[in-house]
Design a protein around this ligand. Structure first.
Ligand code: GAR
Length: 218
């Protein structure tokens, strides 16, 4: 990392509980980074209020103002680049991104997804996990590449599934996991440990090991 403190732009569409976890970890000095802006495609996203409460700049780039995905993504890129970020963090940003956008930020664009990828890409993951009879569930932080929810895995957190589990209960447990693994992955990035080589995540210039990719409460 060229700078002392990694400059982060967070993209959201809604509640922003992951954003809050990142803000809290930075405030607790667990991560040497600064959230320089929070950008939402929805004006009523609660996460915008979370950012404003702690004095972080916010912007709304509304997708309803643009018909073509590429045009919207260009406007979003212009907005992001004004803040000169080192890292772009998707935290519940519920839009499919164009290849141009993804390539522009390759190696510095990360996402969190509520499943153990490559299982259950897309939406309604908690319901689908129960329907499939899976024995475990969790969340994944990954670098973003053009194919949806298919980028190389940085870190995963797991939880066993119990017979009495409900979609709501699982959603809550997975959120708790997300609030641990996203700050951890961002901490690694901000400290200069992480990079992307082709489709491989490097940790200190070496391919990341499976045991490093499984969160165990560090
Ligand atoms: C999180 O569960 C995140 O994994 C999910 O949206 C939620 C946002 O919650 N993201 C996706 O499904 C992306 N495909 P939050 O707004 O409370 O952070």
């Amino acid at each position: 990392m060229a700078r002392d403190r990694c400059r982060i732009v967070v993209l959201i569409s809604g509640n922003g509980s992951n954003l809050q976890a990142i803000i809290d970890a930075i405030a607790a000095q667990q991560i040497a980074a600064e959230v320089v802006a929070v950008i939402s495609n929805k004006a009523d996203a609660y996460g915008l209020q979370r950012a404003q409460t702690v004095g972080i700049a916010t912007r709304v780039v509304s997708n309803t103002d643009y018909q073509a995905r590429e045009k919207y993504d260009l406007a979003l890129m212009a907005c992001i680049d004004e803040f000169n970020p080192d890292l772009i963090v998707l935290a519940g940003f519920m839009r499919i991104l164009s290849n141009g956008f993804v390539e522009h930020y390759r190696g510095r664009l990360i996402n969190i997804h509520p499943s153990l990828l490559p299982r259950h890409k897309g939406l309604h993951t908690h319901r689908r996990v129960l329907e499939a009879g899976d024995r475990e569930h969790g969340a994944t932080v990954h670098f973003v590449t053009p194919e949806l929810d298919s980028g190389p895995v940085i870190l995963q957190g797991k939880t066993p599934i119990h017979p009495a589990d409900t979609e709501q209960g699982l959603a809550q447990r997975v959120h708790e996991i997300e609030h641990q693994i996203y700050p951890q992955a961002i901490k690694w990035f901000a400290a200069g440990h992480l990079s992307l080589a082709g489709h491989t995540v490097l940790f200190d210039q070496q391919p990341i090991k499976p045991e490093q990719q499984l969160y165990s409460g560090r």
